[in-house]
Write a protein that binds this ligand. Structure first.
Ligand SMILES: CC(C)(COP(=O)(O)OP(=O)(O)OC[C@H]1O[C@@H](n2cnc3c(N)ncnc32)[C@H](O)[C@@H]1OP(=O)(O)O)[C@@H](O)C(=O)NCCC(=O)NCCS
Length: 163
């Protein structure tokens, strides 16, 4: 039964377009409060960057159900997941996992050997999702958020074998 539930919301996941800014802002406002919420200007900056720079990956699901933002960064060109959010009414149906998988695959295809992210230590849903998607805690980040602790999690890809 659990399996059926997880696949009950088959949202098409695609790269964002300029006209998706309102939807992304709505998803962001539904997913976060206070200091955790990215302002519209920042979201707009990432959205435009993702359309010009292949190292910035921004995907939206079901036109307004959820979105994910990742990028390739640093001299070592590692991946980072900057944001992942699903509208409350669409949660628990596997969409967060699908978005995470899609962005991880894109970052890997762009050459990332590992992907980092930061998460609040009390965000049980996100931590469960990341752990079951192959991320491990790599650093405690006390006081990382203005009002709480965070941690760094990392997923390392196995180097491709010979042949
Ligand atoms: C984190 C988030 C994106 C997950 O989205 P989602 O679409 O509900 O995720 P999924 O349906 O793919 O579920 C992922 C897993 O989390 C589990 N989960 C959901 N809510 C949970 C909770 N409160 N506690 C523990 N696990 C939970 C699900 O059971 C599922 O695990 P399973 O596949 O082993 O059953 C969503 O909760 C969200 O948008 N939160 C607000 C924004 C946020 O905190 N983003 C992460 C910032 S680092």
């Amino acid at each position: 039964m659990k399996k059926d539930l997880r696949h009950s919301f088959n949202a098409a996941i695609r790269p964002v377009r300029s006209q998706d800014l309102d939807a992304i802002e709505k998803i962001e406002n539904d997913g976060y409060t206070g200091v955790d919420r990215y302002p519209r200007e920042l979201l707009e900056g990432y959205l435009e960057a993702s359309r010009e720079n292949p190292d910035v990956v921004m995907l939206i699901a079901g036109d307004s159900a959820g979105y994910v933002l990742g990028e390739i960064t640093g001299d070592d060109r590692h991946g980072e997941i900057i944001d992942l959010a699903v509208m409350k009414q669409h949660r628990g149906q596997g969409l967060g996992r699908d978005l995470l998988e899609r962005v991880s695959t894109s970052l890997r295809d762009l050459g990332a050997a590992e992907i980092l992210l930061y998460v609040r230590t009390d965000n049980a849903a996100a931590i469960h999702l990341y752990e079951t998607a192959g991320f491990e805690k790599t650093k405690d980040m006390p006081g990382y958020y203005q009002d709480g602790d965070g941690m760094q999690m990392t997923k390392r890809f196995k180097p491709a074998g010979p042949g």
